[in-house]
Design a protein around this ligand. Structure first.
Ligand SMILES: Cc1cc2nc3c(=O)[nH]c(=O)nc-3n(C[C@H](O)[C@H](O)[C@H](O)COP(=O)(O)O)c2cc1C
Length: 212
């Protein structure tokens, strides 16, 4: 099947959304935990979490336009500057998926979706107890993306929690052991299986692919 720009424009909103949301491949499945200034906790699923750099340790998230629909996660991040990113594990995919419903700001998705809020160290934003890998971040800046009104929210990593069995001495993390899942589009979830790993790719050490 082949689609050009015109085909995509004419294909209808739902089909276009389904195709374009999936063509980049597997995206990370994460729950973002926040709390409002009135101490109402919030948790919602986000697939657009992206690594921006490791020194300083920066992570970006793309948040949809804030226009008419209130975006509780983003408002809470602006209110207290803290948020958590928590991997979605296989056992609670369904609970995580339904955090995407448009609950009003007075409702905590933790409660409705039966996920457990967890408070660690002196961090105000809630972590998700069920998640194996979790990150606490402080908001640094938000960059509006003019092309479509979305916002790139950038945060610095302040806390990282990883189960001992999922990290080795060198710091390599095994996402299969952490039971982390992946997302395609907006409603399909995938199990992760580690296939292999390779050393840093040096020009002097390239395998002889043609004669293998
Ligand atoms: C699988 C999946 C992935 C999603 N990824 C994002 C995302 O990356 N960015 C975003 O703004 N919304 C994303 N959403 C939508 C949010 O989960 C949804 O808007 C939610 O209501 C936001 O909660 P809030 O209003 O409490 O912030 C996603 C929804 C689903 C089902």
């Amino acid at each position: 099947m082949y689609f050009n720009k015109k085909d995509l424009e004419e294909i209808g909103n739902v089909k276009r959304l389904n195709i374009v949301n999936s063509i980049t491949g597997i995206k990370p499945a994460n729950l973002i935990g926040t709390i409002s200034k009135d101490k109402i906790s919030n948790v919602a699923i986000f697939s657009s979490v992206v690594h921006l750099g490791s020194n300083p340790a920066l992570i970006g998230v793309i948040v949809r336009p804030t226009g008419e629909i209130p975006r509780n996660t983003y408002e809470n991040i602006l209110e207290n500057g803290q948020y958590t990113i928590n991997h979605v594990g296989e056992e609670f995919i369904e609970n995580s998926h339904y955090t995407s419903a448009k609950f009003d700001a007075s409702t905590s998705e933790f409660e409705i979706c039966n996920l457990t809020e967890e408070y660690l160290t002196d961090f105000e934003a809630p972590f998700v107890k069920e998640s194996a890998i979790k990150i606490g971040l402080r908001h640094l800046e938000s960059i509006p993306i003019e092309s479509n009104g979305t916002i790139l929210v950038i945060g610095e990593v302040e806390h990282v929690i990883i189960p001992d069995k999922a990290i080795n001495k060198k710091g390599y993390i095994d996402l299969e052991k952490a039971n982390t899942t992946g997302i395609s589009g907006l409603n399909s979830y995938y199990k992760l299986e580690k296939i292999t790993s390779f050393p840093y790719a040096r020009v002097s050490e390239i395998p002889d692919f043609k004669n293998e």
